[in-house]
Design a binder for this molecule. Structure first.
Ligand code: SAM
Length: 264
């Protein structure tokens, strides 16, 4: 599967995704993943940033609110249209453009930093996506990105519960299956049942790579890892928001910040 096929899948997902994400049904993103990502982000006030795979732009807006001077790209035109409409309604100075993370439409060394929230594991040829991100960074600039956790969210992940319904373990499998575009179908689990029943499921092509493959690609792109995070809730939050409780047992997401060296 190439970028054109991937773009077609995301374009088909984009209307429902935007509506449901903006209704608050992307609860992992809003209640866990993005807050941890932003908490670990260096100060970006006044810096020029690129958000890669921005979707409808919710996270790009947060970066702009934190002072980043943002350009953002996504491969799906409908996401870009929704993001641009949000920008027109409440301007933050964000420049949204249609673009492919594996062939970025920018010159070398344009950005102080780049972000990719949950988009790089959705791209074929992640090596190219990482090399492209490194290319458009100024020497010393950083890339911070989140992905499905390669170890705890490989193509097979199942939440196991005890008789009382408490989560006791996460079962994983197919870790070494280097899938290229296998389609996963799902809806935002936090949406009400009737809402979920009223829409077609998302069709998301997956490109799973092992942890060591990710590290090898990051190193080959000339980037040096300087920070990692595995967002998770504590026991209290797991009780208060059961939807997130699986992350108390094992993480669902992995965050990495890597920096372009002066010689990259
Ligand atoms: C899981 S969504 C995340 C969206 C957004 N970053 C967020 O956190 O809400 C993945 C996004 O990556 C985009 N995407 C997938 N492949 C891409 C590529 N090759 N170049 C740019 N964007 C891509 C999709 O269109 C989609 O918007």
């Amino acid at each position: 599967m190439d970028s054109i096929d991937v773009a077609a899948c995301w374009e088909a997902n984009a209307e429902t995704w935007t509506r449901h994400a903006r209704a608050g049904y992307d609860l992992y993103r809003d209640a866990l993943n993005t807050p941890v990502f932003l908490a670990n982000l260096p100060d970006i006030a006044g810096l020029t940033g690129l958000d890669i795979g921005c979707g409808e732009g919710a996270n790009t807006r947060k970066l702009a609110e934190a002072g980043g001077r943002m350009i953002a790209v996504d491969i799906a035109p409908t996401f870009i249209r929704h993001a641009q409409e949000a920008e027109a309604a409440a301007p933050l100075g964000i420049d949204y453009r249609l673009g492919d993370g594996t062939a970025l439409p920018f010159p070398d060394a344009q950005f102080d930093f780049a972000t990719a929230f949950m988009s790089m594991m959705d791209m074929p040829f992640q090596n190219r996506a990482l090399t492209e991100a490194a290319r458009v960074l100024k020497p010393g600039g950083f890339l911070q990105f989140s992905i499905l956790h390669p170890c705890f969210a490989p193509p097979y992940r199942k939440v196991l519960r005890d008789d009382a319904g408490n989560i006791r373990a996460i079962e994983v499998g197919r870790y070494f299956d280097g899938i290229d575009g296998e389609i996963e179908t799902w809806r935002f689990g936090a949406a009400p049942v009737a809402v979920k029943a009223s829409v077609e499921p998302f069709r998301v092509p997956r490109f799973h790579r092992t942890l060591s493959e990710w590290v090898a690609m990051i190193v080959a792109a000339g980037l040096t890892i300087e920070h990692m995070a595995e967002p998770h809730v504590d026991a209290e939050t797991a009780k208060a928001i059961p939807y997130l409780a699986d992350t108390h047992i094992a993480p669902l997401f992995l965050h990495i910040r890597a920096r372009r060296g002066a010689a990259a």
